[in-house]
Design a protein around this ligand. Structure first.
Ligand SMILES: Nc1ncnc2c1ncn2[C@@H]1O[C@H](COP(=O)(O)OP(=O)(O)OP(=O)(O)O)[C@@H](O)[C@H]1O
Length: 305
């Protein structure tokens, strides 16, 4: 449903995406991860034609978004990071009007709007002007607008920023239902448990490049290690946990020896695999500095000029 081949985009001379390729098929949830500034929003903006590729192609449902912008865009629902709703209209009016703009016929519309508002736990506030809603409720309205027309491809850019746990569960449930019904979904987030809950395939961007990709278990297998958590009892009676990477459980004696005098404070030991968080940190660190410093002399020249 979405195919990106060799996509590179720069703002001025500064690259935001470099040679990115990925696909999302119907029913798939692609978790788009990466630290701030990695290029996630730029990628989504390229899919809806809001930024033009410097190199490479983006096709939606087989249509090149540069050559067929309107027809390609018509297949996409996009909840941008910035909430965009009409504050004086009610939640229901916002979602209904957007459904109408997306071509959902009058007969089907009321039902689609009601079902979407319900799925996102908006029933109680549906008939209040959006300006009177809380930030989390507004974000749900924004998300409802992107999904109400049941687009073939759905882009959600950090849809759970600032929402409470019940809302997060509702958004994730809605996303799972849409994927089960065949929607191709690209979901960006900084909350890694969400991509695990969605059973998403992951593309991890770092410095505009695909740093790694695969299912959660694959990424942990490929980049993770065995970790020993040592629980140490402090003078105040509280325990603190110290983690050590090891090649395998055979290294445990050496790890314990390494505690030295603290060995007597040992209250517990757990051997486990790296978490997705730890894998994320490791892969991002391997990709180079996150503060925009150049990763090569050639890039330094481009930055300086
Ligand atoms: N309109 C713009 N003009 C110039 N540079 C931009 C613009 N938009 C983004 N950038 C730069 O492009 C890079 C990628 O930004 P982008 O917003 O795509 O990252 P992101 O992964 O979505 O980040 P975040 O997690 O913070 O939302 C960053 O270095 C950013 O500063």
């Amino acid at each position: 449903m979405l195919r990106i081949d060799g996509l590179s985009i720069s703002y001025g001379r500064r690259p935001a995406l470099r040679d990115v390729s990925l696909t999302v098929v119907p029913g798939q949830v692609l978790g788009l991860l990466g630290p701030n500034g990695a290029g996630k929003t730029t990628l989504m903006n390229a899919v809806v034609g809001a930024v033009r590729p410097g190199a490479g192609t983006v096709t939606v449902g087989g249509l090149d978004v540069t050559r067929h912008p309107k027809r390609a865009r018509a297949q996409v629902g996009y909840a941008e990071q910035e909430i965009a709703v009409f504050p004086t209209l009610t939640a229901r009016q916002n979602v209904n009007d957007w459904a109408a703009i997306c071509g959902v016929g009058r007969r089907r519309r009321a039902e689609a709007v009601a079902a979407t508002l319900s799925a996102l736990l908006l029933d109680e506030v549906a008939d209040r002007p959006v300006r009177t809603l809380s930030g989390g409720e507004r974000r749900r309205v924004h998300c409802a607008m992107a999904t109400v027309a049941r687009p073939s491809l759905l882009l959600l850019d950090e849809p759970t920023v600032g929402v409470d746990p019940a809302t997060r569960r509702a958004v994730l449930g809605h996303v799972r239902d849409l994927a089960a019904a065949g929607t191709a979904i690209c979901y960006s987030t900084h909350y890694l448990p969400e991509v695990e809950a969605l059973d998403a395939d992951i593309v991890l961007l770092a410095r505009g490049r695909v740093a790694t990709r695969g299912a959660v278990a694959e990424l942990i297998d490929r980049h993770g290690s065995t970790v020993v958590d040592l629980r140490l009892l402090g003078d105040d009676g509280e325990t603190r946990t110290v983690s050590r990477q090891v090649i395998g459980p055979d290294d445990l004696p050496a790890v314990l020896q390494g505690l030295g005098a603290d060995l007597g404070r040992l209250a517990g030991v757990e051997v486990r695999r790296s978490t997705l968080d730890e894998v994320f940190d490791h892969v991002v660190a391997s990709a180079g500095p996150a503060d925009g410093r150049p990763s090569s002399p050639a890039e330094a020249v481009a930055d300086a000029s």
